[in-house]
Ligand binder design. Structure first.
Ligand code: NCD
Length: 313
């Protein structure tokens, strides 16, 4: 499989076979991390973060450093020339003069796509507004795969802010390409999935059921994907306050859930998962964060066209 030089802007940029290949690579890295410590020696990653991040930026940085590569970048727009009015196109053209690959997070939908069109180096979308977040999806899928072995026929509940939650949009886009996946969308009516997600499901073999009642959905689920209400995407604070605590998962509610349920959350959490769930063996969200680093290692080395052999040269 040759992913060298490719961009990753939305999950549909990769075929199922290409995603599977990345999961296999990530599993190899988990088993033999020492084999990969020099794979990206001499390679430079630029992290262009115009929006807050903990896991995504740090896991990309950790991934590149663990592959023997190096990292430059900024973690807030105020420290870049965006604050002087520079366009994304000009920024990426400049960054491509210095780095071999770039990761971008931006509050505007489509920002990473604009960058990719102008870029001579691979661009990875680390979140564009309320649109997509494909590397979070690679993380989510690897976490499920390591536990369940496959995605075929699973029932996945997505809960919370399905309107603005980009991780849910990307998860649905990727998972609906596997056979017989069933989604249950749990949200207040104001935060329903956007049209483009419905259309993607309609084109696939997946099914989607909607409810506003988490307790009713819970016993049916193999995976429960919780999300934070995306405060920064709301036009008005009152709506956010009214909706933010609509769904709170706690240990008591989990009594009705399957014994092998996986509870996922891209993090950060606010109130939507009570801390009394953290010690439940079904809570996977911190293990999920770890998977993010491994799958990003697999992604970086693949887009850079590097394999174990490079490290031995
Ligand atoms: C998510 C994001 O940025 O979309 N965080 C992440 O990357 N792990 C989810 C969120 O911020 O709610």
């Amino acid at each position: 499989m040759d992913l060298k030089g490719r961009h990753l802007i939305a999950p549909s940029d990769f075929s199922v076979a290409e995603m599977e290949w990345l999961f296999d690579k990530a599993e190899q890295i988990i088993k033999n991390p020492k084999d990969y410590t020099e794979v990206c020696k001499g390679q430079l990653l630029a992290t262009l973060f115009y929006e807050a991040s903990t896991r995504t930026r740090l896991s990309f940085e950790a991934a590149m450093l663990r592959l023997g590569g190096q990292v430059i970048g900024f973690s807030e727009p105020t420290s870049s020339s965006a604050s002087k009015g520079e366009s994304i196109a000009d920024t990426i053209r400049t960054v491509a003069c210095y780095a071999d690959i770039a990761v971008m997070r931006h509050p505007k939908e489509g920002a990473a796509m604009v960058a990719a069109r102008q870029s001579e180096i691979p661009v990875i979308n680390a979140g564009d507004g309320g649109h997509h977040h494909p590397t979070q999806t690679l993380t989510d899928l690897l976490t499920i795969k390591l536990e369940k072995g496959e995605f075929k026929g699973i029932t996945v509940g997505v809960c919370g802010d399905l309107k603005f939650g980009r991780t849910v949009h990307s998860l649905i886009s990727a998972l609906s390409r596997y056979s017989g996946v069933k989604f249950i969308a749990i949200s207040p009516s104001e935060l329903r999935l956007p049209e483009f997600a419905w259309e993607e499901i309609a084109r696939s073999d997946a099914t989607l059921e909607e409810t506003t009642d988490m307790r009713e959905a819970l016993p049916k689920l193999d995976v429960l994907y919780m999300t934070r209400v995306q405060r920064e995407r709301f036009f008005n604070e009152e709506d956010y306050i009214r909706l933010k605590d609509r769904y709170i998962l706690n240990a008591a509610k989990l009594k009705d859930a399957k014994k092998d349920l996986m509870i996922l959350h891209p993090l950060p959490r606010v109130n939507e998962i009570s801390t009394d769930v953290d010690t439940d063996p079904r809570a996977f969200y911190f293990r999920q964060a770890k998977c993010g680093m491994y799958v990003r290692m697999a992604l970086l080395m693949s887009l850079l066209g590097r394999g174990i052999a490079h490290g031995n040269q």
